[in-house]
Write a protein that binds this ligand. Structure first.
Ligand SMILES: [Zn+2]
Length: 300
């Protein structure tokens, strides 16, 4: 009896020890930034985890595919995301965000604030209004509930998440409340994610016109990884832009489509500059880790 009792005590101590060491390892172990370009079909979505554990989602792709992808990269019990960035309110970037807003607690929502008058944008406006409303229920108070903070952003804004910096480079002007009739591609949020000496450039669907404006702005757009604009459209990813971004890796988020994305012209330009191309339609999720000095591609 005594022996059995001792066994349980030591088993408990061993388990405790293990969990404590795991915590110590988490605190003192290597710190990595993880960036996962999610395979959501013909559209964009990237999930970022900072070394300090912040979670950031840039775009949500079409449909609800992002929910399944997120369940692979987030623990099942984790239903909150620190920051969601919507580059522009088009279906292939936004539909998944509508699903995320319904199922996750989004702490901060960053976009241009541009207004588009279709059913999906009306739903977005409704969901954002709901998420920003204060809640006075007992459960909300108990869980320290904070309404979602919605911010319309533009060039010059910076977001700090521990040791990671997100630099907003575009659009140059605040577009909050402005109406867009047709495409909003050249009003996308362009964001540079910086960790130590490594950086990732997220450009949404901008065309070579906005690319030129970015180059001329004199902003530092040099990046290790470029999220190729507009799913590999030939009207983006110009020679001028590639000469200035100088990426080692180019990620094309693309699925089955009738636009011919990615176009041979864009693929040839990337090849000409010796850039390693990864495509979500061929490679599936494209995942990188960075320790602030080196970027490594995680093989699927
Ligand atoms: Zn798109």
């Amino acid at each position: 009896m005594q022996k059995k009792y001792l066994f349980f005590i030591s088993a408990f101590l061993l388990a405790l020890n293990f969990f404590m060491w795991r915590e110590v390892f988490a605190l003192n172990g290597p710190k990595y930034l993880k960036v996962d370009f999610l395979n959501v079909g013909q559209g964009d979505s990237a999930f970022i985890q900072t070394p300090e554990g912040h979670q950031i989602l840039i775009d949500g792709g079409p449909g609800s595919a992002v929910l399944e992808r997120l369940s692979n990269v987030m623990p099942f019990w984790d239903k909150s995301i620190d920051l969601v960035i919507l580059t522009h309110p088009e279906s292939d970037h936004m539909q998944g965000i509508l699903n995320v807003l319904q199922r996750y607690k989004v702490e901060n929502f960053l976009w241009t604030g541009i207004v588009k008058n279709d059913a999906e944008n009306k739903e977005l406006a409704f969901l954002l209004e709901k998420a920003q409303a204060p809640q006075n229920s007992f459960l909300a108070k108990l869980s320290n509930f904070r309404p979602t903070k919605v911010v319309a952003t533009s060039a010059g804004k910076e977001i700090k998440a521990g040791g990671v910096l997100i630099d907003i480079l575009f659009p140059f002007e605040n577009l909050e409340g402005q109406k867009i009739k047709n495409t909003s591609n050249d009003s996308c949020v362009v964001a540079k994610l910086i960790y130590g000496n490594n950086s990732f450039l997220f450009v949404g669907d901008i065309s070579s016109v906005a690319e030129k404006q970015l180059v001329n702005s004199g902003e530092n757009i040099l990046s290790d990884v470029l999220k190729v604009a507009h799913h590999g459209s030939k009207y983006s990813t110009s020679d001028l832009f590639l000469q200035n971004v100088k990426p080692k890796f180019a990620v094309i988020e693309v699925g089955k489509n009738s636009y011919g994305h990615p176009t041979p012209e864009t693929l040839q330009r990337l090849e000409k500059f010796g850039i390693k191309v990864l495509r979500t339609d061929i490679n599936g999720d494209v995942d990188f880790v960075s320790d602030g000095n080196n970027i490594n591609l995680i093989k699927n």
